[in-house]
Design a protein around this ligand. Structure first.
Ligand code: CUA
Length: 351
């Protein structure tokens, strides 16, 4: 049924409307009380995000106070001086110029702006001047339309969209330093609970860092409009305990040997256009235009965090990426059903 405005209006009965209202209220309550947001700037989980949070509270307090004063004066003016029955309509006395008032409303805002500028500069320098410790983990993040290439040069790991980093606690401080680059247009790296936005700009190298205080999954998002699928350029940062991180590193560095049972799919991969864009270690595929698939199954999502990494989704993706992510730069592979299944089985073996 097509939902024309009349139909929508006409078809929702009173109990129906009550149910919708209940749903909306429930949603609002969940936002306010329930599951805390994974992307809230008010729940910083690293030193960098903490510095930005502190600073934002100060700015919020200053602007909140200004709002309260202006709004109170506005309400007082509206209530006290509103037009009343029997008012004479003659022009009221006109008052011009008051040195005291003019000095006050010039000097006070100037002082406020100075305080805000100085605290901004202090926060920026506090974040940017952080010296890189000798044992810092280095990751190169390359923004692409519309996914994230992630390279760990010290560890020889290449992966995509899902970052793994070690947790940083008092006994084992572990800072992660990121080098940000772009392969095409401007993108922006933003994981609100870990680090402020930093742009990835073509022909320029930017840096940021974080030292996550608690293990867990932190979500992020490209924060600079970069084309059709900007909204599906999601980021996942897994902050692991030291042991989990070491285990992840070992698994990523191990060779992903395919068993004989998926030989047919491996053949499809090696004899179609897949290998022009994708790398799988140990095969002739060494393309870099698309994500490295050597350990594809170690990732929980595909299509840059937009869908879960399940055999059904993988199959739908290979068949025609545009169904899941319209505008994706990977072409539909035009494989027959048999080859498609073989290929998906092969991809499913890349652990
Ligand atoms: Cu990349 Cu928006």
């Amino acid at each position: 049924m097509r939902a024309t405005p009349e139909r929508l209006h006409g078809s929702v009965s009173l109990p129906g409307r009550a149910a919708i209202l209940a749903l909306v209220l429930e949603g609002a309550a969940a936002v306010m009380l329930g599951e805390p947001s994974k992307t809230s700037v008010f729940r910083p989980a690293s030193s960098e995000a903490g510095a930005i949070h502190q600073y934002s509270l100060l700015i919020l307090a200053i602007t909140g106070a200004i709002f309260a004063v202006v709004f109170t004066l506005l309400v007082v003016a509206i209530v006290r001086f509103r037009r009343r029955e029997g008012d004479d309509t003659a022009e009221p006395p006109q008052v011009y110029g008051s040195d005291q008032v003019e000095v006050a409303w010039t000097v006070i805002p100037v002082l406020i702006v100075i305080v805000m500028s100085l605290t901004t500069a202090r926060t920026i320098f506090e974040i940017q001047d952080r010296a890189k410790p000798a044992d810092a983990l280095e990751i190169t993040v390359i923004g692409r339309q519309w996914w994230w290439e992630l390279r760990y040069p010290q560890l020889g790991i290449v992966t995509a969209n899902e970052l793994h980093v070690p947790v940083s606690d008092r006994e084992h401080p572990a800072a992660t330093f990121l080098t940000l680059q772009s392969a095409d247009v401007a993108h922006s790296f933003w994981v609100p609970r870990l680090a402020g936005k930093t742009d990835l700009i073509p022909n320029r190298i930017n840096h940021t860092w974080f030292d996550p205080h608690e293990p867990g999954l932190y979500l992020g998002q490209c924060a600079e409009y970069c084309g059709t699928e900007h909204a599906k350029m999601l980021l996942r940062v897994y902050v692991d305990t030291r042991e989990d991180f070491d285990r992840w590193v070992a698994a990523q560095r191990a060779s992903s040997e395919a068993s004989e049972t998926v030989a047919a799919g491996r053949r499809v991969f090696q004899t179609t256009a897949c290998l022009n864009c994708h790398t799988v270690q140990g095969t002739v595929g060494n393309g870099r235009y698309g994500p490295d698939l050597s350990h594809l199954m170690s990732r929980e999502t595909i299509a840059s965090g937009s869908v879960p990494n399940t055999p059904e989704m993988l199959k739908a993706w290979v068949k025609d990426p545009n169904v899941l992510k319209p505008g994706a730069l990977m072409p539909a592979m035009q494989l027959d059903e048999q080859k498609l299944d073989a290929l998906v089985a092969y991809l499913g073996s890349l652990r």
